[in-house]
Design a protein around this ligand. Structure first.
Ligand SMILES: Cc1ncc(COP(=O)(O)O)c(C=O)c1O
Length: 411
């Protein structure tokens, strides 16, 4: 086959574009945080990961500007060689303390952190990695790039059943999102740590959507569940609550030091820029010192969730600022998002393969910087959508199509 054949044949997006419902790569020409500008028109941003609204916080902006003045715009090289800044090391120390681990390692993106860490930890053919079915793509790529046996499990009952094949699993790493990014569902970390004690595996959680959201001062999902000591490695990103770019893995010092010297995505990629590092550090400090951010966040979450459920939307059991609106059909999700945008609300559709086929949803997320009028306007828009489009109402979690029946080949 000609090497570009699949590119030339690629048609997936043309039908959606032809229908005028294409929802991807929308161009923003401005942002104030809770509102953005699309084609010069103001829209309420209900589809970001800016969980604490810190992207426009004065201290975060100031830190980013000062870092550019002091270090320039780029590190122009890997941390291993010429790009290691005192800022990276300060951030690592404060992150480690924040999540309750001895050490942390900062990468240039969360994707690179998961990919580099998981693949390196599972670099031997003798190891096994158990990966949750709904894990983020960066974890999936990490398991694929490793050399160990990969087992995909669907929920903790399934994990337990698979682990029960052997009494002990010292050669195994279990990797799971702590908060599933599309549905906002929180993994049962207490049960995971019971299994860890019983079977002896190592546990790696992706807390991209938990750091800065759950636990005291946003210490994360493991802290919120009281199990930080029983989770071996905690991953976080700066691209969500920490209002920047980059990611980190935290854990025991020997493991972090090993990754510092071995993770290929760290040593063969340029260091996180000075401004991104300084912004994440400033955001971390703001988050640790300003409890009102969390008060406003959870107040807004409760307000919006109550309103959206009153309209009849099924929010899939989310207990986080990610509030999914279950739609079901893919095309209906595209139509609903387009109508929301036309009416002034920016959201994103989530369709297969990010969720099982037929379980499309609209992913909304809430920030402390949303004002009540923003949320009220968004609720009015979704109320209109629910009346005009055949949105399923009163769906129950146990009536959703079973994941086992789905095509999981994309994993
Ligand atoms: C669960 C999860 N893990 C990892 C990542 C990757 O993070 P980053 O945006 O820093 O590359 C994301 C971001 O989309 C995510 O949602």
């Amino acid at each position: 086959m000609e090497i570009f054949e699949s590119c030339y044949r690629f048609q997936d997006h043309t039908l959606i574009k032809a229908s005028g419902l294409y929802p991807y790569f929308r161009t923003l020409d401005g942002s104030e945080g809770p509102t953005v500008s699309v084609d010069g028109q103001r829209k309420i941003m209900m589809g970001s990961n800016n969980y604490l609204g810190l992207t426009h916080h004065p201290e975060v902006l100031r830190a980013a500007h000062e870092a550019i003045d002091r270090y320039g715009t780029s590190c122009t090289g890997s941390r291993l060689l010429n790009g290691n800044l005192d800022l990276h090391e300060t951030l690592e120390g404060e992150l480690a303390r924040h999540v309750g681990k001895p050490s942390a390692l900062v990468f240039a993106s969360g994707f690179l952190a998961n990919l580099g860490a998981v693949s390196q930890l599972c670099a031997s053919q003798d190891c096994a990695v158990f990966s949750a079915r709904d894990n983020h793509a960066s974890l999936i790529e990490g398991t694929r790039a490793g050399k160990g046996r990969v087992v995909i499990y669907d929920g903790l009952d399934d994990l337990e059943r698979r682990l029960s094949e052997h009494p002990r699993w010292e050669n195994a790493l279990v990797v799971t999102d702590a908060v599933f990014s599309m549905t906002g569902r929180v993994a049962d970390l207490r049960r995971l740590t019971h299994l860890r004690r019983r079977f002896g595996f190592r546990a790696y959680i992706d807390d991209a959507h938990g750091i800065g959201v759950l636990g005291k001062h946003g210490a994360g999902s493991a802290a919120a569940a009281g199990v930080s000591g029983d989770i071996d490695l905690i991953f976080g990103t700066f691209s969500k609550a920490l209002a920047s770019m980059g990611g980190f893995v935290a854990g025991e010092s020997a493991v972090i030091d090993y990754l510092r010297h071995k993770a290929r995505t760290l040593i063969f990629s340029a260091a996180l820029t000075p401004s991104a590092t300084a912004a994440a550090l400033a955001a971390l400090r703001v988050m640790q010192s300003d409890q009102t951010l969390f008060d406003r966040l959870w107040d807004n979450v409760a307000f919006f969730k109550r309103g959206i459920e009153d309209i009849g939307f099924f929010t899939m059991g989310s207990t986080t600022p990610i509030i999914p609106l279950f739609i079901g059909s893919e095309s209906l999700a595209f139509r609903a998002c387009k109508q929301a945008l036309d009416d002034g609300v920016f959201t994103t559709p989530v369709v297969y393969p990010a969720v099982p086929l037929g379980q499309a949803l609209i992913r909304t997320s809430i920030m402390p910087t949303h004002q009540k009028p923003h949320l009220e306007q968004a609720l009015d828009v979704f109320d209109k959508i629910a009346r005009q489009l055949p949105i399923p109402k009163g769906v129950r979690a146990d009536s959703l199509p079973q994941a086992e029946k789905m095509d999981l080949s994309y994993l």
